[in-house]
Design a protein around this ligand. Structure first.
Ligand code: AMP
Length: 369
């Protein structure tokens, strides 16, 4: 099986690392200037040249059986152009929905799935009117291209609003009401070409400045019904999109149940813990899903967690812990850059949380916990 991935980041790397033992071969499509360090040595890297025909690109990539993605911010037309040659999973239409926060929220609301209240603003008048109608505080986000908290403005006062208006230009924006949430969780879901669906247990996530720092499983939930509600949401989304592959759903836990923050049409940082213990990782299940195999086990036998390595390397002491699995992405250090993660596990959730927090503190200081 020959799998092509659009993108050369750490998610592409981990897909390939999961697929090599299965006998799969990989190629990666790099945009001009894209950093390729993560996938070096893991397959053929082809640089996208707009003047090349799709046939030439398809051939340069080794005539893949299936093309997949490791990020949602890409040219959907490019994905569509692969369709005469091979399968494309997830479909370009599914990726397109997830590329735009407004489109995504409308799609979810259309399925009866709650999101933050929102208004779209394509120009300054709509922005002024939208903020006035929603009232402070609001969170304003770019509709496209935003990730990890970038492209977001928290507006609490007229002064904050004036600062946003003083920017030279503004892309299309979504104005979101603030959701009062108790915690943040995510559902990593998989659906294969035959429509078989599997869910990993809900993951509880802790962010700092919009960037994921740690995850722990099982999530602590105010009521067990929330896990069922999450799977119901997951099933509806997967089926409505006729989705094939792994999809992640970021959720807020509120007093009124779950509210969806956003969808990611790909393997997800909050699912990295699935590389540990006896489960089929999200990477393996994504590959199984898009190559018409049955899905593997998604239920870990112990509590499990993950700490992101943001602009830092793990200490020798951390790497030496007997319940720690180290993943580094072959990236150079830059402040805040995701260069790796640690997975760790324990029979005891409280003990695991303590260990996660102590590693987090060692890496990022006492204020991080
Ligand atoms: P996002 O880029 O949409 O994933 O947002 C990054 C983080 O900002 C989320 O993980 C939340 O912690 C917070 N956040 C985003 N949207 C909202 C909202 N509507 N209400 C409250 N917090 C939010």
């Amino acid at each position: 099986m020959n799998v092509a991935v659009v993108g050369c980041g750490q998610l592409a790397r981990m897909l390939a690392l999961a697929g090599w033992p299965m006998g799969y071969r990989f190629s990666f499509l790099a945009m001009p200037g894209e950093n390729r360090g993560c996938v070096e040595g893991l397959g053929t890297i082809v640089e996208f040249q707009p003047e090349q025909s799709m046939e030439e690109i398809y051939e340069a990539m080794g005539k893949p059986d299936v093309v997949t993605v490791e990020r949602e911010h890409l040219d959907v037309e490019l994905l569509k152009a692969f369709q005469p040659f091979c399968a494309v999973c997830p479909s370009p239409d599914a990726v397109k929905i997830c590329q735009h926060r407004g489109r995504e929220k409308r799609f979810l609301n259309g399925l009866g799935i709650p999101t933050a209240p929102f208004k779209l603003a394509a120009n300054d008048d709509e922005l002024r009117q939208g903020v006035a109608e929603m009232g402070f505080p609001v969170l304003v986000k770019t509709c496209e291209e935003g990730y990890d908290g970038y492209g977001q403005w928290m507006l609490r006062t007229e002064e904050d609003f004036a600062e946003l208006m003083a920017l030279d230009s503004r892309p299309e924006l979504v104005i979101e009401g603030l959701v009062k949430f108790e915690r943040e969780v995510s559902l990593v879901a998989a659906r294969n070409t035959e429509g078989e669906v599997a869910f990993y247990p809900l993951t509880e996530n802790y962010h700092s400045n919009g960037i994921l720092l740690t995850s722990i499983v099982p999530a602590e939930l105010p009521s067990p019904e929330l896990a069922e509600q999450a799977e119901e949401i997951g099933r509806k989304v997967l089926e409505a999109m006729d989705y094939v592959g792994v999809l992640a759903i970021e959720l807020f836990v509120t007093d009124d149940g779950l509210v969806v923050n956003e969808l990611a049409p790909r393997v997800h940082n909050s699912g990295h813990w699935t590389q540990a213990l006896n489960v089929s990782s999200q990477f393996e299940n994504h590959l199984r899903a898009i190559t018409s195999l049955g899905l593997g086990n998604t239920q870990p036998s112990q509590c499990v967690g993950m700490v992101n390595l943001l602009g830092c390397r793990p200490t020798k002491e951390q790497q030496s812990l007997s319940n720690v699995q180290v993943h580094q992405y072959n990236k150079s250090l830059r402040p805040g850059r995701k260069v790796g993660h640690l997975n760790l596990w324990s029979d005891d959730r409280a003990q695991l949380l303590d260990q996660l927090n102590s590693i987090k503190q060692d890496l990022y200081g006492p204020d991080s916990v």
